[in-house]
Design a protein around this ligand. Structure first.
Ligand SMILES: Nc1ncnc2c1ncn2[C@@H]1O[C@H](COP(=O)(O)OP(=O)(O)OP(=O)(O)O)[C@@H](O)[C@H]1O
Length: 264
């Protein structure tokens, strides 16, 4: 199992670091990422910022191989999550996506009950015991701060939840299979301020428990939740550093122009 191989170096620790080296991505003939290298310590939150089309989502989608869904894509370089290069040909992509969970811009619960949404991954991974499944569902909903709102309604359709609740359900669904890494692709873009604050609180609470990478167009959100910020432009990683440093004293002129709205 990829989980075992991913964690073999870490022993009891289940939090994994991410080391990307010389990553290049093409869509057909067009290069979307060029020579990107970075290291993210285990348990830290990295925010990816940059103008539309700079390659943030592409970078995120390489980390759990969602990028494979694009037929014309070509990827070069290495992406180690823990001890394991996720770009290796022999990787079990299904297991990788349990280990590296993802939450999308639009909440995308399955058209089934709240319980079945959260139990879906564990069932697929072979959990059969009803008691165990109930426990996982309850734990995951508690972790995503949704339990108190849905505890009496687990057999209702997930579609009856509000957008913000659906997004926390998607978080619970990702957490139910015990990921080590969480990828968040503009997770609050479709949410109101109160729901946004709840998701941001979760991200802050999850620090140290999961390594997280978040794509956001909201610079204040990046400042609030992340430990590190990476600024991308036209497929290049221009600059990466501690959030406070990037926002107060960026090293690169392009980063400063972007942060101060003088970007063209
Ligand atoms: N499936 C695809 N096929 C072809 N080109 C693509 C595909 N997905 C993205 N691209 C191109 O790759 C480049 C990077 O896109 P990407 O979506 O990664 O940027 P982004 O920074 O996430 O943008 P946004 O902030 O608008 O979501 C863009 O030029 C985009 O047009």
């Amino acid at each position: 199992m990829v989980e075992k191989r991913l964690t073999k170096r870490e022993g009891v620790s289940t939090i994994l670091d991410i080391r990307v080296q010389e990553l290049e991505v093409w869509y057909g003939p067009a290069k979307a990422l060029e020579n990107v290298s970075l290291h993210l310590e285990q348990g830290a939150v990295l925010a990816l910022i940059g103008p539309s089309g700079c390659g943030k989502s592409t970078f995120l989608r390489v980390l759990n191989r969602m990028i494979d869904q694009v037929p014309t894509v070509r990827v070069k370089g290495s992406v180690h999550i823990g001890a394991f290069n996720v770009l290796d040909d022999d990787i079990d992509v299904t297991a990788l996506r349990r280990t590296v969970g993802m939450v999308f811009q639009q909440p995308n619960p399955f058209p089934m009950t709240i319980f079945d949404n959260v139990a879906y991954g564990p069932r697929l991974a072979g959990v059969r015991s009803a008691t165990k499944l109930r426990q996982i569902v309850e734990d995951s909903l508690k972790k995503s701060a949704l339990w108190d709102e849905v505890r009496g309604k687990l057999r209702r359709s997930a579609m009856t939840l509000s957008g913000g609740q659906q997004q926390r359900l998607c978080m619970a669904r990702a957490l139910a299979v015990h990921p080590h890494v969480l990828l968040l692709d503009e997770p609050t873009a479709s949410l109101d301020p109160v729901s946004t604050a709840k998701i941001e609180e979760l991200i802050v609470q999850f620090k140290g428990r999961y390594t997280m990478v978040i794509v956001t167009h909201n610079l204040q959100q990046a400042a609030r939740v992340s430990d590190l910020v990476a600024f991308f432009e036209q497929g290049h990683l221009v600059e990466m550093g501690p959030t406070h440093d990037i926002f107060t004293a960026p090293q690169e002129r392009r980063t400063e122009e972007f942060l101060t709205g003088r970007f063209e």
